[in-house]
Design a binder for this molecule. Structure first.
Ligand SMILES: CC(=O)NCCc1ccc(O)c(O)c1
Length: 681
């Protein structure tokens, strides 16, 4: 059993006064700012480019200088086949910022309960803290475009002393490999004071998101949604919904009441572990102090629907912690139609459990009594200790603003019904209470090569933690990256016995500046091997262009609460199988056992329309079999999407093709690397 001390942060009860938390105005009952209208793509608040004057100025200058550019507002449109693509221009100004900062004195919601679009006040869950923002918003600007549009984002890094990259999670970057946003893999991080222009084609439709890929910045507020819409004729499920509104993006995140770096590598006494204090839905929510019972009164997110209509919702799990997210909507079935941007045959569920990095699109039919209904988001796994949850409201237009029932609590929630992604991962037996991702059916035609019995390349990737005693870890001249887990364990991540080290220069653009000795993989370990505690080097697996690749991820972590979600850059893969050992005597799966199962043909594989995804949770004590055709050349990060696991090495690079397969490095692309000239003395 995971033992976690129930100590809460010192701010609780001490500092949490009216001055540091939102308890002023009740405007949960009046906010109609986001109300949707018939047939019109309603303006998402973050498309309006509220923002600092500097950012606005540069943004407008650029739009004026270049008449072929479209604004975020112009790009967030209904998509029709045959219409010319647009060039959609965005400007992100990244800053240190504050929840409930002085901006809130300028534009607290007024008496009629309408926040103006130029308000720079970030409320979050009503608890004051320092944050990082893009254009003074959490979430940052939403990118909503049509399939085939070109997206240009100028990222202006004004965070003194911080470097940053932005990753466009789910966007394949075919032909624009240099703009994938992985530090020291696809680019040098953007230095303070510099602007970096990302430009990519919205080549694959779907619900995606962007987030900082550097350090722990994502958890402090640097994330936002991406919706790449397509003409209804190109979406096999378009007949199932009437509206796909810009306001119906549902961005879920976990939230701390201090900077995420305060928890890394981790503490032993106060605020231990890396679990969040709170959750947010589209950056909004309320927080109930578990010690005092004090509750903030900030606005909850409201999603408005009209009776009789069917709505596509685009849910994004932007969590950074290890907690699975459980979403349930009172009184409404969810018709699941896509995951990670890829359509599936529709299935009806009541609750969606999702992991960091996943997206689920579902349809809600406004077929209930016009009213207001609770949306409940619960943190599962480790988040069950603090019992974190958040609420939002599904509201019928012209109906009441407040649900008629009491707010669901963590322990007395909305009935869960049929669950997508049951945590017990019983995926290979008939049941009517749950559906696993591996049971979804891909709704587009599938590359026949994927369905061949034998792939061209098969890669087993067992992953685990190396556990250290303090005596081992704190030796002179030894600086092993580690995490102090909630249970006090000191661990570092290993994939196939290797902990990932960031390259000294990005191989994509500066391969000649990298010593080949920096790279390693299971077949090419550093001299002397790795031993049981593993080695640290830049884990890189080379894959020939166009090969059919099968990856078998095997969970050797063996922490009962953890299912690690792996995200692949540059691709969607097909989920061929998810399972656990069929042998009841095998208490813990490991590489050797998975290889044995595979030899006996007992690794679960099913070839009937396996669904496509880019992020997949490996069930605790289980495995996942996935396949893709390696037809996108580049250096693609493949990693656990838990933020704190990334920084202790749970990553590797899949290097597809050769440099001859790559487009040329963009002119004047920034360079970086060690500076180690001969000594002058
Ligand atoms: C021996 C071992 O595997 N310990 C793992 C501890 C751990 C690490 C990271 C987490 O997020 C967590 O919850 C727990």
């Amino acid at each position: 059993m995971l033992q976690v001390k129930l100590t809460f942060s010192s701010f609780v009860g001490d500092q949490q006064t009216a001055a540091t938390s939102w308890d002023g105005l009740d405007f949960t009952s009046g906010s109609n700012f986001f109300r949707s209208e018939h047939g019109v793509l309603q303006t998402h608040p973050s498309l309006k480019y509220t923002g600092n004057p500097g950012s606005m100025g540069k943004f407008q200058d650029e739009l004026k200088r270049n008449p072929s550019l479209s604004s975020p507002h112009e790009c967030a449109r209904a998509c029709r086949e045959g219409e010319p693509p647009r060039i959609c221009y965005y400007h992100f100004t990244l800053e240190y910022y504050t929840v409930l900062g002085a901006a809130c004195q300028v534009c607290t919601p007024n008496a009629t309960n309408v926040m103006t679009s130029s308000c720079q006040c970030v409320l979050a869950d009503g608890v004051e803290r320092g944050i990082l923002t893009a254009n003074r918003m959490v979430p940052g600007p939403s990118i909503q475009v049509c399939e085939g549009d070109k997206v240009v984002v100028d990222v202006d890094n004004r965070m003194e002393g911080m470097e940053v990259t932005i990753h466009w999670h789910g966007v394949w970057q075919r032909g624009t490999q240099y703009y994938d946003g992985v530090p020291f893999v696809t680019q040098c991080p953007i230095q303070q004071g510099n602007v970096f222009r990302y430009q990519w084609v919205a080549g694959n439709a779907g619900t995606h998101f962007w987030h900082a890929h550097t350090g722990l910045q994502k958890m402090d507020g640097l994330y936002g949604s991406i919706a790449i819409r397509q003409a209804p004729s190109r979406d096999p499920n378009s007949n199932l919904y009437d509206f796909d509104l810009t306001t119906h993006v549902m961005l879920l995140s976990d939230w701390m009441h201090e900077d995420a770096v305060e928890r890394f590598p981790g503490r032993l006494a106060v605020n231990t572990g890396q679990d969040p204090e709170s959750l947010l839905i589209n950056g909004k929510g309320q927080f109930r102090d578990p010690n005092t019972g004090f509750q903030t009164n900030t606005p909850l997110e409201v999603f408005t629907i009209t009776p009789g209509k069917r709505y596509r919702f685009r849910m994004i799990n932007s969590f950074a912690s290890v907690c699975p997210a459980q979403l349930t909507i009172q009184g409404h079935d969810l018709i699941l139609i896509a995951t990670d941007g890829e359509p599936v045959h529709p299935v009806q569920v009541n609750t969606i459990i999702s992991f960091s990095g996943e997206r689920y699109d579902f349809v809600i039919n406004a077929n209930q009594a016009p009213g207001a209904y609770w949306i409940q988001l619960r943190g599962l796994g480790e988040c069950g200790i603090r019992r974190v949850q958040q609420l939002a409201i599904l509201r019928y237009a012209r109906g009441p603003y407040q649900p008629s029932t009491a707010a669901p609590t963590y322990d007395f929630g909305i009935p869960q019904g049929v669950v997508l992604n049951p945590l017990d991962a019983r995926c290979n037996e008939p049941r009517d209470d749950a559906i696993c991702v591996s049971q979804l059916k891909f709704a587009l035609s599938i590359d026949k090569g994927i369905l061949r019995e034998k792939p061209d390349v098969k890669i087993f990737l067992p992953f685990r933690f190396a556990l250290y005693t303090p005596e081992q870890l704190f030796q002179p001249h030894q600086y092993t990256a580690h995490l102090v887990a909630p249970n006090g364990d000191h661990v570092r991540s290993l994939i196939d016995g290797i902990s990932y080290r960031t390259p000294t220069s990005p191989p994509l653009s500066q391969i000649d500046d990298i010593d080949d000795q920096e790279f390693c993989n299971g077949d090419n370990l550093p001299p002397g091997g790795c031993g049981t505690q593993g080695c640290t080097c830049t884990h890189k697996v080379d894959i020939p262009l166009n090969a059919i690749v099968e990856v078998v991820l095997v969970d050797e972590v063996q922490q009962p609460n953890l299912s690690h979600p792996f995200h692949l850059h540059g691709y969607a893969f097909n989920v061929i199988g998810i399972g656990r050992s069929p042998d009841r005597n095998v208490k813990k799966i490991n590489l050797k056992h998975a290889l044995d199962l595979d030899r006996q043909g007992l690794l679960h594989r099913q070839f009937n329309l396996p669904p496509a995804k880019d992020t997949i949770a490996v069930p605790n004590n289980g495995y996942v079999v996935l396949r893709f055709r390696a037809n996108n050349p580049g250096y693609w990060l493949f990693h656990c999407h838990f933020l704190f696991h990334i920084v202790i090495g749970m990553n590797l690079i899949l290097h597809v093709g050769t440099h001859a397969d790559l487009p040329p490095v963009p002119p004047n692309f920034p360079t970086c690397g060690n500076h180690l000239p001969p000594m002058l003395i």
